[in-house]
Design a protein around this ligand. Structure first.
Ligand code: AHR
Length: 523
């Protein structure tokens, strides 16, 4: 793939002066596209739930163990066994929720094995993920302590595949009941007086696959049984999420919407990964065909989700049931030499674009999509954070989540985008993706992604319906769309101030560089 800004050779291989001339010539010749965006600042109606910016962390590879949990005796700085650096980093993104313990792991997990004195906890085999021994040292108390330290809402996924309604019912009682009962008393004996009042509960995971290979009709019946006995205690009204479809399984959505009474289900989930199941390709060092195809698959999520939404609209025109995209993100081949069951992959600017485009789209659909969870936060799949013993680094995807936090709970502003195209071997994608919102302080935020690897977009942005006089911007870009952070160069990709713009009355002109994510603030 060509590098951006016309730099086609490694400047280190030629004398510095010549390389500077080449860089200058490359910049001058940089191709540009024309684009326009109208932001209707006075037409906002829908709220973007901050839960769209949610996370998923499973007992998988080094996500929990080594990622969050190092144990109290570790030399790595921690609070009650939970890494301080990871907590501090995620808090800067205002992480709104965390889904746990799986994933496929959830339907094999028996919560009682993960409470009580650590030395008495039984071990189990994590059959899905590498066949490793799980010692259950990270269980309910540790997870809810993590959520407390992160100041985030827990999303607990119950075991439907190999569990019972009684087991889930007792877990809810253990976590949420304030009075005297066998489970609440056991919680107190284990050191926690007050209930945690967890609101979000997943009723199983991927029950069409690793969660029991069920038919949608059978799962819908089971859902009703399990959900019935997951009780509300005190003022805590549970928001129960039905295990949803895989990608294009529209029949699953249809059957669940038809057969489960809507008052029993706060949300219906959907999983969509940007991947090829046969040959996932490398996370780094990819050629342009893979670059283009990953972004094509990312943009395709919009049609897939739109079809699920159409089915939901048929049964629920008032949009009472939330669509919960509780696993999404890129999925590549694991890094060479790492355990194939641990799903560890690098994270480049390409992943930042997938994150930016997906989040822009979720914002647009925020009247139906009320929650989404990227898979997975630390050291697994499209992670935000990598750890290596005592070291930690932030990925390009992290920076997108941090830059986009301005959209949390803001009012979505309708936009009209006219974009140029990114063409590869006769196929075309729009170069740009955009979303805008108005926050409680009256500031407009616009998030833009330019996936074109070589061409900038010269944008005219019309802020219709509001007077603004100031603009600030931040940009995430790098020399090459395959650039990424490593432990030897942890800040190669990081946000910078963006200044390439001019504001005149309510018209902003800005050059959105090839291969970039830009967030603008206007007030
Ligand atoms: O995120 C990895 C796995 O992908 C999850 O455990 C499962 O739900 C999905 O198939």
């Amino acid at each position: 793939m060509k590098m951006k800004r016309g730099i086609i050779m490694n400047p280190g291989m030629i004398p510095a002066v010549v390389s500077l001339i080449l860089i200058f010539a490359g910049s001058a010749l940089q191709a540009q596209q024309e684009a326009s965006l109208t932001v209707n600042a006075d037409l906002g109606e829908k709220q973007i739930s901050r839960h769209i910016y949610g996370h998923f962390s499973e007992h998988l590879g080094r996500c929990i163990y080594g990622g969050y949990w190092v144990g109290e005796d570790s030399e790595i700085p921690n609070t009650r066994g939970i890494r301080t650096d990871v907590v501090e980093a995620l808090k800067k993104t205002a992480i709104p929720n965390l889904r746990w313990p799986g994933g496929c792991f959830a339907d094999e997990y028996h919560w009682r094995d993960g409470v009580g004195p650590q030395e008495n906890r039984p071990t189990m085999i994590n059959t899905h993920w590498g066949g490793v021994t799980e010692d259950n040292s990270f269980g309910t108390h540790e997870f809810l302590d993590l959520c407390n330290q992160l100041e985030t809402e827990p999303v607990v996924v119950g075991n439907v595949g190999s569990g019972t309604p009684e087991e889930l019912s007792k877990w809810v009682e253990y976590i949420n009941f304030d009075g005297v009962s066998p489970m609440a008393n056991m919680r107190r004996e284990n050191g926690r007086e007050d209930p945690w009042n967890v609101v979000y509960w997943g009723i199983g995971n991927e029950n069409w696959g690793c969660g029991g290979h069920m038919s949608p009709e059978y799962y819908a019946e089971l859902y009703k049984r399990f959900a019935t006995y997951a009780r509300n205690y005190g003022d805590t009204r549970l928001r129960k999420i039905a295990g949803g479809a895989n990608t294009t399984d529209y029949n699953w959505t249809e059957v669940l919407m038809k057969n489960i009474p809507h008052w029993m289900m706060w949300g219906l989930s959907l999983h969509h990964y940007t991947t090829w199941w046969e040959n996932k390709g490398p996370a780094t060092g990819f050629e342009e065909d893979r670059y283009f195809d990953v972004l094509r698959r990312c943009i395709e999520i919009e049609d897939v989700i739109d079809r699920h939404i159409t089915i939901m609209d048929k049964y629920d025109p008032a949009k009472r049931v939330a669509l919960v995209v509780d696993e999404w993100g890129t999925w590549y081949n694991v890094e060479p030499g790492t355990n194939p069951g641990f799903l560890f992959q690098q994270n480049t600017m390409r992943d930042a674009f997938v994150a930016g485009i997906s989040l822009n789209y979720f914002n647009e659909k925020s009247d139906r999509i009320k929650m989404a969870n990227i898979a997975q936060t630390v050291n697994v799949l499209q992670a935000l954070v990598f750890t290596d013993e005592e070291k930690m680094l932030l990925t390009p995807t992290y920076h997108v989540f941090e830059m986009y936090k301005v959209h949390h709970d803001a009012t979505l502003l309708p936009v009209d985008l006219v974009s140029g195209s990114y063409e590869f071997e006769g196929k075309k994608l729009p170069s740009l993706s955009a979303s805008a919102s108005l926050d409680a302080q009256g500031r407009i935020h616009i998030s833009l992604v330019n996936i074109h690897p070589d061409e900038d977009s010269e944008m005219t942005i019309d802020l219709r319906g509001m007077e603004v006089s100031k603009v600030n911007g931040r940009i995430l870009t790098s020399g090459d769309v395959g650039d990424h952070n490593t432990f030897s160069d942890p800040e190669k990709v990081k946000p910078e101030e963006f200044t390439d713009m001019k504001l005149k009355k309510s018209i902003l002109t800005a050059t959105i560089p090839a291969g970039s994510v830009v967030v603008l603030e206007l007030f």
